[in-house]
Design a protein around this ligand. Structure first.
Ligand code: DGL
Length: 278
């Protein structure tokens, strides 16, 4: 994560990208913590989902996402996509990139889960590509070999989140939460990493299903908190108390994206939304 911000000025924006709208769970927390920071967000809505694709395709898309971010003055880039963060661990997609300060969501989510667990049993639900990579389990065991990890891929929650089927009582959402989490729940985990940044949209349903004693970790939100701490520690927060510029880019229709932005961020956010080509 953020090693040095040399050469990047305090007034650069925080860049955030995801395959779609999931990364807005990170943006929401960034805005809450740092209301004066400019944010540039990219959601590759024309090609979502990434999580059901091969590692090569995901790496290829991610390189294009990063190239887009390089055109903006970003002082820090947050990869608010669990799937890209997982692929990044084995494919050096930042090689040759001018962006030196970045964080994926895996390490922040794992750190938060290890801090939260009391019984040493952690559940992980993420996209098929993330689960296949084994990165959550590997990182947890690197830090704490004795923790038991129970993982499951939950691909169909992504289209449900993108389609707005996330509220309690919504039958498809309730069904797939039960389907994907029953085995993990039966193992007695006390902490669950919702390892895809889309999943916190189901927090109410998941929380009710898992029970109030299970800590739910939102990778986007914990990464935003880490970004805040890192920028503050390096004296790299924007000192100007101007109204922040929030620029949101999508690769498919602005109309469709707008609905999701309102649902994810709440209507009161004053953001400029545009379509872009990668
Ligand atoms: N939001 C993404 C993640 O965190 C990806 C969902 C997808 O594109 O499959 O993994």
């Amino acid at each position: 994560m953020v090693e040095t911000l040399s050469g990047k000025l305090n007034d650069g924006a925080i860049g955030v990208f995801d395959s779609g709208v999931g990364g807005l769970t990170c943006v929401k927390e960034l805005i809450r913590l740092m209301p004066h920071e400019d944010i540039v967000y990219l959601g590759d809505t024309a090609r979502v989902p990434y999580g059901t694709r091969s590692q090569e395709t995901i790496a290829d898309y991610a390189k294009q996402d990063i190239a887009f971010m390089e055109k903006h003055n970003v002082k820090l880039l947050l990869v608010a996509c669990g799937t890209v963060s997982a692929v990044m661990q084995s494919v050096p997609i930042f090689e040759g990139s001018s962006i030196c300060c970045y964080s994926g969501v895996i390490i922040p989510a794992v750190d938060a889960a290890i801090a939260a667990t009391k019984n040493g049993k952690i559940g992980v639900i993420a996209t098929p590509a993330s689960i296949r990579s084994g990165c959550y389990e590997e990182e947890i065991h690197r830090l704490k070999p004795d923790v038991e990890v129970f993982s499951r891929a939950g691909a169909l929650l992504v289209p449900l989140a993108e389609g707005g089927y996330t509220t309690p009582g919504c039958e498809p959402a309730e069904f797939f939460v039960r389907e994907y989490l029953s085995e993990i729940k039966a193992k007695g985990v006390d902490t669950l990493i919702m390892g895809c940044t889309h999943y916190p949209l189901f927090e109410e349903i998941v929380g009710k299903f898992m029970g109030e004693n299970v800590a739910l970790i939102s990778p986007g939100a914990v990464t935003a908190r880490l970004a805040y701490d890192a920028l503050k520690a390096q004296n790299a927060l924007n000192c100007d108390t101007h109204k922040a510029n929030i620029e949101l880019y999508c690769t498919d229709s602005v109309e469709l994206f707008k609905e999701n932005v309102e649902r994810f961020l709440g209507g009161e956010i004053d953001a400029k939304i545009s379509q872009c080509k990668l």
